[in-house]
Design a protein. Structure first.
Length: 385
């Protein structure tokens, strides 16, 4: 304590003995570095960047661009240090001033690294390209935020250590606090990791039409907590990512073609040759249709149903758009109706036939006749009374 007070007294006494020539030279040194800073930024820095862009890798260019603003401030810090160093007293040797300048250097390094970890930097662009992430992926911004936060935290820790503060107790407290927070926020953490799974595995993207056991619709937004899905009723459903990550997901937007399948039931009275003709003509219709995918077409007489002879129809459309798919389906339905009409074949409907043997019919008629006679006799007796 006494040594520190003595140093400050000596420093104040040195200031009192300063001459104007010393102050002017020190100020001139600072102005030289201030002017050199502008020249360096405008000419030297740009020239160095242009040279690094000719190299096979762009790492040096990215680093230089990230440290451009910190370098501008560095020349000011260096100018003030050299100006103070020229003065006829040892202010730069004091522990307090050394801590200040070392803290400035640490802060400038942290600032440059913080810029380098930007989500729009070439570092993450190459990372996204290597792992084949699309432009809508949220993994890159998330990693960028995590790394930039880590850089800030590390910079603060190093500066605190420079000033002699012990951070071991603080870190231990963070560990205990983090454990308590993790236990209290299990659902949130589950949603967070569910979001990571969705973003990395990419079962769907924004704009996709998906179907799960809990919801069906178009994906509006994906965050690390939940996914917003617009249903076909034009409402927004927010689904926790932990739920989506544990459900089977059907992504209809990944279809390259769209299925149409149904059965055409005709009456049992249809002759065989007409049924064969209908099957052949429907098959020809589909194979000549420009909007039907030709990879797989099936038209077969498939079943003897309870009240119909069933023709099985199975094919795909080239388009996957819902409205176009319905238009094609309608067009083919009308043309199948025309084929059935031209062949004189009727479409069957659910029906039931009742067959009564002749002997039983005679018994029924006698029973009805007896009932009529009994009713007639009862009516006469009532009128006589």
């Amino acid at each position: 304590m006494d040594n520190s007070m003595e140093r400050w007294r000596m420093l104040i006494a040195s200031f009192q003995r300063l001459e104007w020539i010393d102050i002017s030279i020190a100020f001139g040194i600072f102005l030289i570095f201030l002017v050199f800073r502008k020249l360096f930024t405008k000419y030297v820095f740009k020239f160095i960047v242009s040279l690094t862009r000719r190299t096979p890798t762009h790492v040096f260019t990215d680093v230089l661009l990230s440290f451009e603003k910190p370098l501008r401030l560095f020349w000011i810090v260096l100018g003030t240090y050299l100006a103070l160093l020229y003065l006829p007293f040892n202010i730069t040797t004091t522990e307090f001033v050394q801590h200040i300048y070392r803290s400035f250097i640490i802060m400038l390094l942290g600032w440059g690294l913080h810029n380098y970890m930007s989500a729009h930097s070439a570092f993450f662009f190459r990372f996204a390209k290597r792992v084949e992430l699309d432009e809508d992926s949220m993994l890159v911004p998330f990693l960028s935020k995590i790394l930039r936060f880590s850089v800030i935290a590390l910079t603060i820790v190093v500066i605190a250590g420079e000033w002699g503060y012990s951070i071991s107790g603080f870190i231990a407290g963070l560990g205990l606090g983090g454990l308590a927070f993790a236990l209290a926020a299990q659902d949130t953490i589950g949603n967070f990791f569910g979001g990571i799974i969705i973003i990395t595995e990419k079962p769907f993207s924004k704009g996709d039409w998906i179907k799960t056991p809990s919801v069906e619709g178009t994906v509006e937004d994906i965050t690390f907590r939940s996914t917003q899905i617009r249903t076909f009723a034009d409402s927004i459903v927010t689904v926790p990512n932990s739920t989506l990550a544990n459900e089977p997901i059907t992504n209809w937007s990944q279809m390259t073609k769209r299925q149409i399948t149904f059965k055409v039931g005709v009456t049992y009275s249809t002759p065989r040759h007409k049924l064969e003709s209908c099957v052949h003509r429907i098959d020809t219709l589909l194979r000549e249709h420009e909007e039907v995918n030709q990879d797989l077409i099936m038209v077969r007489f498939s079943d003897f149903n309870n009240s119909s002879l069933d023709i099985f129809v199975y094919f795909f459309t080239n388009t996957t758009a819902w409205t176009e798919w319905y238009r094609i389906k309608e067009d083919i339905n009308f043309k199948i109706m025309n084929i059935l009409e031209e062949e004189g074949v009727e479409i069957a409907f659910p029906s039931r036939s009742l067959y009564v043997e002749k002997d039983h019919q005679d018994v029924m008629q006698e029973m009805l006749k007896e009932e009529v006679e009994e009713d007639h006799t009862a009516a006469n007796e009532k009128s006589s009374k």
